[in-house]
Design a protein around this ligand. Structure first.
Ligand SMILES: CC(C)(COP(=O)(O)OP(=O)(O)OC[C@H]1O[C@@H](n2cnc3c(N)ncnc32)[C@H](O)[C@@H]1OP(=O)(O)O)[C@@H](O)C(=O)NCCC(=O)NCCS
Length: 152
């Protein structure tokens, strides 16, 4: 909640209420989805255990998963973005078995859009607010090779 309310990070994220009770309700509902394997919310930690962000897998379709709620705070490491993206893809493709992934990026969040394009994601549609991206397991596999020293 602290991360989502932090104005350094929440410009291009859907708004959350500054209300601990509605957050509690959200998490209770989320935990039901997690038990049903419909949603997976992760805290991103550095290898020394310091929490430095969040990321979430949700909207599981027949052949594609969605990810988002991606934030890294001031405790991130230089390549935490690449590492956390690769971990999300590893979970979605290798662990859950999907072949494709979809996600949206708000228009104006061009740095994040560029990050995804460099990873091999393509824009498949747009509306007033968002660009809608897709990426395949094959594209991510190439990035995993490129960054293999980073992820060990
Ligand atoms: C989204 C977010 C987690 C990305 O993390 P980030 O640290 O800003 O990611 P960056 O794009 O700076 O990438 C990290 C590093 O990897 C490098 N990098 C990224 N992709 C790369 C690629 N394909 N090849 C080589 N290097 C790459 C970047 O250049 C950067 O290194 P540098 O600092 O030396 O330039 C972070 O910006 C954030 O929390 N934003 C606010 C919330 C938000 O908008 N979330 C996304 C909603 S869609």
């Amino acid at each position: 909640m602290k991360l989502r309310l932090d104005e350094r990070y929440n410009n291009f994220l859907s708004k959350v209420d500054n209300d601990i009770e509605s957050q509690r309700r959200w998490i209770i509902n989320y935990k039901k989805d997690e038990a049903d394997k419909r949603q997976f919310y992760f805290i991103i930690e550095r290898q020394d255990g310091t929490p430095c962000g969040t990321v979430r897998i949700y909207d599981l379709k027949a052949d594609s998963f969605c990810w988002g709620s991606w934030i890294l705070n001031e405790h991130k490491t230089r390549y935490a973005a690449i590492e956390s993206a690769l971990l999300v893809y590893q979970y979605g493709f290798d662990f859950l078995g999907f072949r494709k992934c979809h996600f949206d990026v708000m228009k104006g969040n061009s740095k994040v859009a560029d990050f995804h394009k460099k990873f091999g994601a393509i824009i498949v549609s747009e509306d007033n607010d968002n660009h809608y991206f897709e990426i395949t397991k094959e594209s991510v596999d190439k990035m995993a090779v490129k960054f293999k020293d980073l992820i060990g």
